[in-house]
Design a protein. Structure first.
Lengths: 275, 275, 275, 275
């Protein structure tokens, strides 16, 4: 199998010109999407979202539908979570990025989200990808944790071939023999993806690190290597988080991350690196 | 995360007593499901199925809905393929095993299939797993190619927790650094899965090997290690196959495989190995 | 880089005709090398060796020089261990296989050993491989746990190119993301190595499994897939073993293993499978 | 097995105070070791070394003894290469870093080198590590391409336990399923190693990328994540290089790399990150 990167290059959006939700970030600004792993309550979401807005991040991320390895873990608030996200959007003006887990809920997600996330576990789900291609929203497609870049680009093709060229790719770590990371962050992939397509490439340091202390330096590295943005988990009370608390940074750490990523990413206008 | 194997052990079906489609194979017989990767036409399916029946295999496998990495590859005949499978069943009496790719088609698949297959790429798809738990048919759950055994067992839990204890697990190779296999067949997983659950464990040597010449000896190894059965791709005109021709064995090779697997597997009654 | 398998095929020894230590096993007999991970004392070595001889195994394996990950672990008895191995050879008539860790001790090892083992960690050590090529003894070369087959064959070339065509290859498991094995046993490699070279290919199920209960079924699978022999760790008091006790099988289990491997391997004469 | 990081922490040298060859770099300066993969001739080495010196890099790296996968590839100039390195040192004043492949040549290497490199393939070679512990020079220890961090730290222990606390660790990429990199650069390892030991941690982006165009941005990422320095391959005529030409950057690119790494690394004094 061989990916058809030239097609993505032609149909893709130029880095720096991505218009998510109708609003165009300044071309030199990295996209920073921050928020809790899961929407746990309206109070929790609004409390954290206000801190995210104050940090200068571009958007708010949080899961209403959660893909969990175990059927006995918290599966998200579902439709109620989407209603909370809509309120976060109204109150803070932040872009909303949230995940669609299956075709059944995709339209409901797309009504609320400025960016519809397709998670790592669904990168290989062609019917969901095809539906995402018809949802009318930019799609944030996370690389599967055992996917080659060809496979990621072909997954993007399922979205693009169904009429939606607004795809953002996201590196979030791959599965290796290593036991010191939740997943091994493959920053080289950012360079290769940018060299092969015109699609923006984001990095999620939180799921790769699995550890709060390492999120900020990995986000710095992502910006230095030329990523178009980062996706990061933030929680103000991580010990109470229903999901992934140990990897959530604090709002204060987010302030520093936004500054660092802007400084490092801003130094090199998007679209010029690694070609 | 820790899987809850004791639950699967309690609710699972004892190896050797698996009743697929209402018919119980003799307890010392390995389950052998053979057929082409994809249903390509009625003529092709019936032609191969007659050879499968003559070989003494238990069932016929073939995809009506095909999960493909690229949107530009053959995606299967869909509903038409299911109708062909129904005719194969009537004409040959073979058990039918075919894959359900998404919730939308699951009920249609379950009407035709004696065993509903959930493929590797959907092992991480909780909503499909939950639906499979309610489909009323035994479910053949293939291990994701980067899944740990805990993750596979928790995926099985999604099926079991939704009311369906008739789950068959299938090892089909994992993704590693190796370049000589399509996937590295992990036969040790068969032993660990049998030690941890009461569910039958099958092996698919075809997708692991990716190469016709190696399918038979890997199937022998699977039987020798104690697998409860094998899933194998067969085609009489592999050079014309629309999908995975290079790994399909011939009907003559299937005859040998059925004999070898029976001889090796039959030597040790199911349910007694690897404890 | 591309391996030059045709060279190995030309210079290699035909499977079934390997003459280790001047004695040719019957061509249909798998080679079974069994013994403790480490030589711990003369009494321990002789006690276990007598049981190995009684089982019908071909040779005795045991480490005098042990490659250990930590400098604080037992490093082997060294020269004293070699003297013990010489006595085992005299008393039992078993072939002796033991590891050479570095060039300094290679000659001393080669004086005692019928087969000089180069371990996984030294597969990438060209100066040791070159010396092994000049040692005058058959060399058992274990695959590195992250080595491709090309790399293994090129390592064999270092031995062959230095004048020694008597190389036996050994698959002992590779490093993957899996957490249920010490290493993932890659039995497909046995088929590919046999298809590409004329060298005998052994399998070490002990280091792959890491768990006593799984050694016997994996050895059966190795025989069924067509391996030319197995290397297996045995201890009669595993709880006292200074090294790798949990993966050592008992002498009684060895009796069964020898019978099973002979039955499965003997069913198919060496040199005819997987071509 | 568990590494004993506290010991390394106690005996290690504080980041920022590493004195290689008796000269202490300013504490806020990253260590930049640059040069060709292999010393090919005196003229080539001096020509490149002058450009390395002009770039402001700290030292010159180049192999006199080359570990090659194939016995038919160029194996380095050996002793002659060491003599050339000695001349490079005299003429340019650059620190010299070169690899010792086996114990036989270690003393000769240590007479010329300010830093003795132990390569990835020898990280598992305890006798070479022990000798390096007695060589009287700082040791640059590269992580094996399938080594966990515990294994790397235990390899460092072999050096330290033999009397040499001056160890520099180096991440150079790990072996994964990815086909877009020569090795997957694991920058998270830099953070974990710095958190667990007081040893300096360098990064080699050249061997990971395998591709010239990606070396500079990966070096930037290494600096941004907090590495204490980089090891980089440079060649002015890469098309003529006897080894690894495709990953060698040009002297002009080295100028930019030195500037970028200093700017990014200098922004955060060594020893303060990732705690």
């Amino acid at each position: 199998m061989s990916a058809r990167p030239e097609r993505l290059r032609v149909e893709g959006i130029a880095p720096g010109s991505v218009r998510v939700g109708g609003r165009a970030p300044a071309s030199s600004d990295p996209l920073i999407l921050a928020g809790p792993c899961a929407i746990e309550s309206e109070e929790q979401a609004l409390r954290i979202a206000r801190r995210v807005a104050a940090s200068g991040a571009t958007g708010f991320r949080g899961g209403a539908f959660k893909p969990r390895t175990s059927p006995y873990d918290f599966q998200g608030l579902g439709e109620e979570g989407l209603a909370i996200l809509a309120r976060v959007r109204r109150e803070t003006g932040l872009l909303i990025c949230t995940e669609a887990l299956d075709g059944e809920h995709l339209d409901a997600v797309a009504r609320v989200a400025d960016v519809v996330q397709i998670g790592s576990r669904n990168m290989d789900n062609p019917s969901l990808l095809a539906r995402a291609g018809r949802c009318g929203r930019p799609v944030l497609l996370k690389r599967g944790f055992a996917a080659t870049l060809d496979e990621l680009l072909l997954a993007a093709e399922y979205v693009v071939a169904n009429g939606n060229p607004r795809v953002l790719l996201c590196e979030r770590g791959i599965r290796t023999f290593c036991d010191h990371s939740r997943a091994t962050l493959d920053l080289h992939a950012v360079l290769r993806l940018r060299a092969r397509t015109g699609l923006p490439v984001l990095v999620d340091p939180s799921h790769a690190a699995g550890l709060r202390a390492d999120v900020l330096p990995l986000a710095r590295a992502a910006a230095a290597v030329g990523a178009d943005g980062v996706l990061v988990e933030v929680h103000d009370r991580p010990e109470e988080a229903l999901c992934d608390g140990p990897q959530a940074i604090s709002p204060d750490e987010l302030d520093q991350l936004v500054g660092d990523v802007r400084a490092l990413g801003g130094a090199r206008p998007l679209g010029r690196c690694a070609s």
